[in-house]
Design a protein around this ligand. Structure first.
Ligand code: MRU
Length: 345
């Protein structure tokens, strides 16, 4: 990304408002905890790694103007900020990983004065951003080895630069292959109901000069049957210890279709998306979104008023459908319980 998805800017958080893309490219500022919470909740900033960064920067925002005079008072303010941010979205573990890392940093630096502690926390958040950039590049390098000349890849939702601080995860594999001169093509699912695939993934790939074709979610089976897809690559919001993977709703459908057509199904995600506290995906909390996103997304009613709606924002793909998990530390294959543990170290 030529322009940062999300960054710290003079005591405020600056981000691309992703709800406006692709029609309008606008950067907005969050200058208090409520506005960064709202930005995460309403998907102005979205995608697991970017949500983690928003959590880290949001923690800094939460304590930046704190008048705390003692370490205990400071930690109380920090806890209230992290507890609040933790209520924004439940599924992407990167948020909780980043909030925890910020808390541990404050705990490890209790000897610092309050102003120095604030600077230390900002430095930690900036470090998370730098690590995220390196992670994207490494995932790209590892993942491109799985692609062949003239492959066409199907992806779902957006796991690109907009979902991270640099190159993305699933899209990093495509960007890296393209940069290395491999001839690849991409099919992007539009990704109902919020259209991250149509609005964001195609936008990013077109800017990079990658051949991308948009399809509605329900076209994937036919496109696979026609032999147009050589592999699927998606991102992840949380991966349980056994490799079960939560990602945008509809990913599980794609994984079943991939298996039915004997097409490899790859997940690309940083190790910060692994949640070893959960043995299987059954324990992953699934965010429920509002009915309006389904019945009148983007301002136009597409269902009768008052209709009942069920709208889980994520689903869990069983590890048995995952051919490999591409991380910044290398590629894990089944049995994932062992391979993921070995990778995380
Ligand atoms: O609801 P969203 O847009 O935050 O969902 C995003 C996804 O499901 C992504 O695929 C996932 O977070 C990985 S982003 C690198």
């Amino acid at each position: 990304m030529a322009i940062s998805t999300i960054e710290w800017s003079d005591g405020r958080i600056k981000m691309i408002d992703q709800t406006l893309l692709p029609n309008e490219f606008k950067q907005i500022y969050c200058d208090d905890l409520e506005s960064i919470w709202e930005a995460i909740k309403s998907l102005r900033v979205r995608g697991a790694p970017a949500i983690g960064i928003a959590g880290a920067l949001g923690t800094v925002l939460g304590i930046w103007d704190s008048k705390a005079e003692t370490y205990q008072e400071f930690m109380k303010a920090l806890k209230s900020a992290t507890d609040y941010l933790a209520t924004s979205r439940p599924t992407a573990v990167n948020l909780f990983w980043a909030l925890d890392r910020m808390t541990k940093t404050a705990e490890a630096n209790s000897h610092l004065s309050i102003p120095k502690l604030k600077d230390r926390l900002l430095a930690e958040a900036e470090e998370i951003i730098e690590e995220d950039k390196a992670m994207c590049r490494a995932i790209g390098q590892h993942g491109m080895a799985l692609l062949h000349e003239n492959d066409t890849i199907l992806t779902h939702c957006n796991a690109g630069g907009l979902a991270t601080s640099d190159y993305g995860t699933a899209l990093a594999v495509m960007f890296s292959a393209h940069d290395a001169g491999k001839n690849i093509k991409v099919f992007a699912d539009e990704t109902r109901p919020l259209l991250q695939g149509a609005r964001l993934t195609t936008w990013e790939l077109m800017q990079a000069g990658i051949d991308v074709t948009l399809i509605c979610d329900n076209m994937a089976a036919q496109v696979m049957k026609e032999g147009k897809i050589q592999c699927v690559i998606v991102g992840a919001d949380r991966i349980a210890a056994n490799g079960d993977t939560a990602n945008k709703i509809g990913t599980y459908n794609v994984a079943i279709l991939a298996q039915a057509h004997d097409i490899p199904f790859y997940v690309a995600a940083p190790t910060s998306t692994l949640d070893f506290a959960l043995e299987t995906g059954a324990e992953i909390p699934i965010e429920q979104r509002s009915a309006e996103e389904v019945t009148e997304g983007f301002g136009k009613a597409t269902a009768p008023e008052g209709v009942k709606v069920y709208s889980p924002a994520f689903d869990v793909t069983p590890a048995s459908l995952v051919s490999a998990i591409i991380t910044e530390k290398g590629i894990a294959r089944a049995p994932f319980t062992e391979s993921l543990k070995a990778l995380r170290g």
